[in-house]
Design a protein around this ligand. Sequence first.
Ligand SMILES: *[C@@H]1O[C@H](CO)[C@@H](O)[C@H](O)[C@H]1NC(C)=O
Length: 647
Amino acid sequence: MGPRKFVHPALPGILLFLLTFSSIVQSHSNQESQKVDDNDLNDDVEGVSMKLDDYEIEYKTPVPSESVHFYETFDDTDEAKKRWIVSRAQKEDNENVFKYEGRWEFDLPERRIFPNDRALVLHSKAKHAAISAKLDRKFEFNQKPLIVQYEVTFQNGMDCGGAYIKLLSDTKDMKLDEFHDRTPYTIMFGPDKCGSDIKLHFIFRHKNPLNGTFEEKHSKRPSNRVEDAFNDKKPHLYRLVLKPTNRFEVFVDGLLINQGSLLEDMEPPVNPPIEVEDPNDKKPADWDERERIPDDNSGKPVDWDEDAPPKIPDPSAQTPSGWLEDEPEMIPDPGATMPEDWDESMDGSWEAPLIPNPKCEDAIGCGPWTAPLIENPNFRGKWQPPMIDNPNFKGKWSRRKIPNPDYFEDKEPFKMAPIGAVGLEIWTMTDLVLFDNFIVSDKEAIVNEFTENTFNLKTRALERDSRGVIDRIINYSNSHPWLYAVYTIVIGLPVVLIIAFCCGGSQDKKSDPAASTEQDEDADENDQPTRGPPVRENLQRSKHTVTQAAAERTVNNSRVGMSKDDLEQEQPEEEDAEEEGDVEVIDNVEDTDDQETGEVANEQSDESEENSEEVEEIPAEEDEVVLPEPEDPQAAAGLKKRRIRRD
Ligand SMILES: *[C@@H]1O[C@H](CO)[C@@H](O)[C@H](O)[C@H]1NC(C)=O
């Protein structure tokens, strides 16, 4: 080794800085060149931090512990595709005919909370869209309550559009592929917004027992406007409960926001009034409805001049001095001459064009002067006789009441038409409305249990992700330890520099450039192992299951805490990959759907036997990342090696 005693005292500091810096740069370029693997590695790191961060929130597609009339999580895309029927009907609206051409997809949410939690997403805007699914067991209104619940996420917010469901009446000829706006429904329920008009519908169709026709009954507006749900892009839970006691309750995110009686709180009321006005009753000719009348006995006072005008010229005003009353405002232009081609016999006599009178330029005014108008003190207007009480006043006339010929009394409006299917028939100006976790049951406890395993789980995951900023920065730094190097440099570098320039001056001459270069290289070599590429360490840590990795990834994705910029800076390649993946999902739903299910991963193994194990082990999303087929066979081999090493 060189003569170390001549080394500049600041050198170790500067070297440390250079090394850390280069290690950061290198670990970054590693990440860039090995997108796929490093995505996993990031996950690994996230995974560790998440375990420290009591990461125990795990989603498994729930199955209600007792049979329900209907439930749908959309996690099994194949089943959902069979079950949900997209309408091919046309909607007729006066003269116009609209097709139901909205595009529905079974998709992952934009903001993933759980890796395998799929949903139904409306992908089009400004189009009519309708989709529906039959209940497993039709719902009949007997002695048990009806509980209907589902989740909506306005992933892009909502300007104008509905996300309500229709519980379609069970009819013998129910054709779901012809579901349209006039398909009979029993209940319509859910959020709807257009501009500032925000609604949470609860409408049911009531059958008139006299003539069998149906009429819509609307609930009053909820106590709370539930506005946030349209803007915050978070999942929201809508629940309607109808009880055999004719009570209804509407909950949003578990909060009771509307309730009442089907008998008393619906508009128009279920039961018509007992009496109505007799349409044949006529007001008697002598019926005097006038409460007060003019006093005919009083006469107009003699001095009352009805003709006096309301305004008169001010008699005290005088022509202002300097007003040239004799000068016209315009005069014929003295400089003008008749054009030569003017023929007085054809064109009439010629007159010079008018110009502003130059004499008026400096005057206050020219021409006739008129006094300004003032209020006329003698103005009285039309004379009116004073009003007196009408001695013949009989009160306001109204038709007499007769028994309502259409009267009926339905004491059990709860007993609605049986429900056979659940449908969405909507139109929105904003796309990416997400629906999830439908359930129809007559047991509140089962719905609560389902909620616990779906919405509540999701909410907890979201809450955890939005905890304190410091927590998150620490967690994030723990999962990206090189950040500590950055902190060290940012704080340490000024100190090092101060030492270098203040105290190091005397030894400058002794420093040997050759030695320092040598040492530089030395240090580089020596440091290599200790620098410990985080990459390798993580490879060892990466022995975990697919679900873990995927779950951790999701946490990573849904990491709300870091500002978006931070995330983009820190993990640009991952963001990119995600985006690419998403595009794939949208464009080619069938394929990617399949890729994410375990079964199909097996199918894929037929195609590439060698990779079959990895395909199962690697989180499905990795497959979505569009990796160009490596042209360089060595690179391909390298890639594979890395993968195998993981296991
Ligand atoms: C049935 O009765 C209701 C209420 O009286 C009425 O408005 C409706 O027009 C009737 N429908 C038919 C088809 O008679």
